[in-house]
Ligand binder design. Structure first.
Ligand code: SF4
Ligand code: SF4
Length: 203
């Protein structure tokens, strides 16, 4: 029962970052038999959590989530209610294949793209209004964010605005298009400027 809006870090990615920053910590934190992730994020029903799937079964289709969704209200294609109805429908379609042929079953379709489009997913502001209103505690943003993670990490299919931000973080250490050295220019001529210059020089 995490606080509403809590987005967990991806363990496999966290490990990679720790490895870069401090190899000893990373190896200590990684269980020896930790499996390599087969896929980042959610593409199809086999990637969702049991909670996501139970959520889809619990949905009463009341529509309260969609009625408060700012994306939906402003005419975007996103409907949080539809996201979970789609998950339920896709499991109903693919589930029998899993039972018959095992977890490698593939019918050439997927939840993402055949049921839910990238346009729907990127319309979400992660405001959590849908989850707040849902009478059966369904957490819509958790699934939406995981599908976005798949798009970004497996398909490199982020919207242009986000790609610019990723580049800036990589090059400048911040989402903005300014060099880290220029970050304090606003303080030039102020008292704080001298303190910052001393700090910068000392590293
Ligand atoms: S508010 Fe909850 S129960 Fe109602 S339609 Fe949305 S997800 Fe389903
Ligand atoms: S979190 Fe996303 S889906 Fe839910 S109400 Fe906000 S914008 Fe809509």
């Amino acid at each position: 029962m995490e606080p509403l809006g809590y987005l967990p870090n991806m363990e496999s990615v966290t490990r990679e970052v720790k490895l870069m920053m401090n190899p000893e910590t990373a190896f200590a934190a990684a269980p020896a038999d930790a499996p390599a992730p087969s896929r980042f994020g959610v593409k199809d029903v086999e990637d969702v959590t049991w909670k996501n799937y139970f959520d889809s079964l619990a949905c009463t289709e009341c529509g309260r989530c969609t009625s408060v969704c700012p994306a939906n209200i402003t005419g975007k294609r996103l409907s949080p209610r539809k996201i979970f109805i789609d998950l339920r429908a896709r499991m109903k379609e693919k589930g029998p294949g899993f039972v018959k042929s095992g977890k490698e079953f593939n019918d050439g379709k997927s939840l993402l793209s055949d049921y839910i489009t990238a346009e729907e997913l990127w319309a979400c502001t992660t405001c959590n209004a849908c989850a707040q209103e849902c009478p059966v505690n369904i957490n819509h943003p958790s699934l939406i964010v995981e599908m976005r993670r798949y798009l970004v990490m497996e398909e490199a299919a982020a919207p242009t605005g986000l790609n610019m931000m990723f580049n800036n973080i990589e090059n400048n250490g911040a989402p903005w298009q300014f060099s880290p050295q220029d970050r304090m220019k606003w303080a030039e001529g102020l008292e704080i400027w001298d303190a910052w210059e001393r700090m910068w020089r000392c590293g």
